[in-house]
Design a protein around this ligand. Structure first.
Ligand SMILES: NC(=O)c1ccc[n+]([C@@H]2O[C@H](COP(=O)([O-])OP(=O)(O)OC[C@H]3O[C@@H](n4cnc5c(N)ncnc54)[C@H](O)[C@@H]3O)[C@@H](O)[C@H]2O)c1
Length: 357
């Protein structure tokens, strides 16, 4: 058995800075960073002081990847598909930040390619591993809330214009708007825990920011069990991030997960609950976090490294899951584009997300 997973990282921007802090915290085990890559050499220079390893401008340079077991992709969303495909074709395991690709079909293609090449293609939906979300998932599986009435998400965040003034945020080809960039974690959890979803009705708009896609969206979701969901999402809340919450209304109880990274149980009330139950549940399943990334990249990366050391290729969240969540996202956009309800199994896709320049 190999002792450490040899890692190459592509993309040394903001999210990489978060990874860097985690690597430095020593909470992640069983890896060794052997090569780094970014189109922008300045980013590499900043990193050189912290990680003593080789830098490349082009991930296709064989020296970048010849000694790695895993490529971690932290680049602009619209570049993920090409970069992941390159490494999968080289039979190198891949771990990619969300969203895996800009269209469902491309995620499905990567899923099939990884199977064919017998390597891992994982996608980072780290919030699935928050203790709060794991509790909700287990509770739903056990039927603790009984018949579900409503599941809603509310993401009210503040992104000023400068955030959209780089060369990719808010653009159809490379990012999308609040639905595909910020809300995608919540959409993934909504679908994964409470799905399947039958149909959606969505409206989007631009209120305060100038961008190609939307800064504000509102939607209704119908689940296959008959329950309904509501979505409110915006990056035009001012002057600070207000909330990112998930609320569950069931016949036997209600719960709200809140905090900037869905990291806290805010409400936990079940019929016939013991006296101190709510306080105990909140204490045991909430985390303090410093920012919207939360803490679960640590859990996720440790899981991936352990799996690779055991030569396992099924990641904690695979490309098929990314495919299903991308269908949800595209259905919301399609509904907004056509002003009609869109069924998730209709095969309808947004004409803009991933396409329009
Ligand atoms: N999981 C999360 O909570 C979370 C949070 C924020 C961002 N993200 C995702 O992480 C990804 C990166 O976001 P960011 O905020 O770090 O962006 P960023 O713009 O700060 O950094 C992206 C970096 O990728 C580099 N890059 C682009 N194309 C490249 C290529 N072909 N080869 C090498 N380098 C290339 C750029 O030069 C830049 O340094 C996005 O997909 C985003 O959606 C995930």
């Amino acid at each position: 058995m190999k002792k450490k997973v040899r890692v190459g990282i592509v993309g040394l921007g903001r999210v990489f800075e978060h990874y860097l802090k985690l690597f430095k915290s020593k909470k992640i085990k069983n890896y060794q960073i052997v090569s780094l890559c970014d189109l922008d050499y300045k980013r590499s220079n900043n990193t050189k002081k912290i990680i003593n390893t080789k830098f490349y401008k082009n991930y296709k340079d064989s020296n970048f990847y010849k000694e790695i077991d895993l490529a971690i992709i932290l680049t602009v969303s619209g570049t993920h598909y090409e970069i992941c495909k390159f490494f999968l074709n080289k039979k190198i395991n891949v771990l990619c930040e969300k969203p895996l690709t800009m269209t469902p079909e491309k995620s499905l293609e990567l899923y099939k390619l990884a199977k064919k090449k017998q390597v891992m293609c994982g996608v980072v939906f780290q919030n699935r591993f928050n203790p709060s979300i794991e509790l909700i998932r287990k509770s739903i599986d056990k039927g603790i809330f009984g018949k579900i009435v409503n599941v809603s998400v509310s993401l009210l965040w503040c992104r000023y214009q400068e955030y959209y003034n780089d060369n990719w945020h808010g653009r159809w080809k490379t990012d999308g708007g609040v639905l595909n960039q910020q809300l995608i974690h919540h959409l993934d959890i909504m679908r994964w825990i409470f799905g399947p979803i039958v149909r959606v009705s969505c409206t989007t708009t631009k209120r305060l920011n100038k961008l190609e896609a939307e800064d504000t969206a509102s939607a209704i979701v119908e689940f296959s069990n008959g329950s309904l969901g509501n979505i409110v999402a915006t990056t035009a809340a001012r002057p600070v991030d207000l909330q990112a919450s998930l609320s569950i209304i069931g016949e036997k109880g209600i719960a709200i997960v809140g905090g900037i990274a869905m990291n806290q149980i805010k409400v936990w009330k079940l019929i016939n609950q013991k006296k101190n139950e709510e306080a105990k549940v909140k204490r045991q399943n909430s985390q303090k976090v410093l920012n919207g990334y939360g803490l679960s990249h640590i859990t996720y990366l440790n899981k991936v490294f352990k799996l690779i050391l055991k030569n396992k290729t099924k990641p904690p969240v695979d490309a098929f899951e990314a495919y299903l969540t991308s269908i949800f996202v595209h259905s919301l956009y399609k509904s907004s584009e056509t002003s009609k309800w869109v069924k998730l199994n209709s095969g309808l896709r947004s004409k803009k997300l991933g396409f329009k320049n």
